[in-house]
Write a protein that binds this ligand. Structure first.
Ligand code: WQD
Length: 327
């Protein structure tokens, strides 16, 4: 009954690994450490290797009695995916096929997959439910949509059962500030706001304040990384109990604007957040947030933490780890 977590040394993966260990579940991490950090594993078992190394994965599944796989390992930089698409097709799509083939060769039939709300592109209606059309607007998002489709065919042809979790905007850090988001790599809003507030980066550039939203800035659904981790545990249990293949949105159902994030950071940190309003960023949806009804119905999951708790945990982590895991 051991769970294999690919990409488990990354941001969301490491939070899941810690949660699983706190529940006394057996875990093995497979990670190349190209982008992950061994320190984030807090001593969990690590095999350094690639999901495309079929021999390694088959041997690992067999020797460790793997019963299910949580698959985080992927590239996730949207901009890079448009410049180097082959890197994304190879790792995110072909790599997942290799992983699944190795799992099946070893008799492992349960997979939880890291998908993304970006499979829906700019949603025509919010909140976004799982029946919204797949309409990816980047190579990265397309890799996630493709894998979801591929997994549906593996369900039909090979009885591989999977849960694709479509993350909204993952953010925050562990409550005790022991693990969090790597300082050097992320260009997402919340880490950028933290860095600017700590004087480690120039002022935050707010990408447009003339959108048709209450304060003119874009709206997103920020979801605490430990709430996300909990959704994975429930997805694993769903599969173990014989549940079927499904795609689920993982969000709070509440939209927050860029200025909401800045104001929350000011409340939490007691500091002014340096920012300037600049032009809109190409391709930004005005507003996207999840309809979490289906995940609540299927997994009994709902978010427990709101924006202030997300920002407070991010602040505790970033202000005590000025150089991320190199601090
Ligand atoms: C958030 C908001 C920006 C930076 C990402 C991934 C996507 C999916 C969800 C994983 C937006 C604004 C940002 C800045 C700003 N995740 N912003 N100034 O674009 O919602 O999507 O998370 O699969 O694939 O790309 O996240 O953090 O870049 O932006 O004003 O310097 O903050 O316009 O409204 P995004 P983000």
């Amino acid at each position: 009954m051991t769970i294999l977590v690919t990409g488990g040394a990354g941001y969301i993966g490491s939070h899941l690994v810690r949660t699983l260990r706190s529940l006394e579940r057996d875990v093995v991490v497979l990670d190349t450490l190209e982008l992950g950090h061994e320190a984030a594993l807090l001593g969990a078992e690590l095999v350094v290797g690639d999901i495309r190394d079929r021999e390694l994965v088959v041997e690992l599944c067999r020797s460790r009695g793997i019963t299910s796989v949580v698959h985080f390992a992927a590239y996730k930089n949207v901009g890079e995916s448009m410049l180097e698409p082959a890197k994304y097709w190879r790792n995110n799509v072909a790599g997942t096929v290799e992983l699944v083939e190795a799992m099946l060769a070893a008799g492992v039939r349960h997979l939880v997959f890291s998908s993304s709300c970006s499979v829906n592109g700019t949603p025509a209606v919010v909140p976004v439910d799982e029946d919204a059309p797949l309409s990816p607007e980047s190579v990265y998002a397309e890799t996630k949509a493709m894998v979801e489709k591929i997994l549906r065919w593996y369900d039909v042809t090979r009885e591989l059962r999977s849960v694709s979790l479509r993350y909204f905007n993952a953010a925050g850090a562990s409550e005790d500030a022991v693990i969090g988001e790597d300082w050097s790599q992320s260009l997402n809003l919340i880490p950028l706001v933290m860095k600017a507030t700590l004087g480690k980066r120039p002022p935050v550039q707010v990408f447009g304040d003339d959108y048709p939203t209450p304060d003119g800035t874009c709206i997103r659904d920020y979801i605490h990384v430990d709430d996300l981790a909990d959704a994975h545990v429930r997805a694993l249990d769903h599969l173990a109990e014989g549940g079927g293949t499904v795609s689920l949105n993982v969000g709070t159902g509440i939209g927050s604007s860029v200025l909401d994030v800045i104001r929350a950071t000011e409340r939490v940190s007691g500091r002014a957040v340096p920012y300037e309003v600049v032009g809109r960023r190409a391709g930004d949806p005005v507003s996207t947030y999840a309809d979490p009804a289906r995940i609540e119905a299927v997994l009994g999951w709902r978010a427990t933490k709101g924006l202030d708790e997300i920002v407070a945990s991010a602040w505790r982590w970033h202000s005590t780890h000025l150089d991320g895991y190199h601090s």
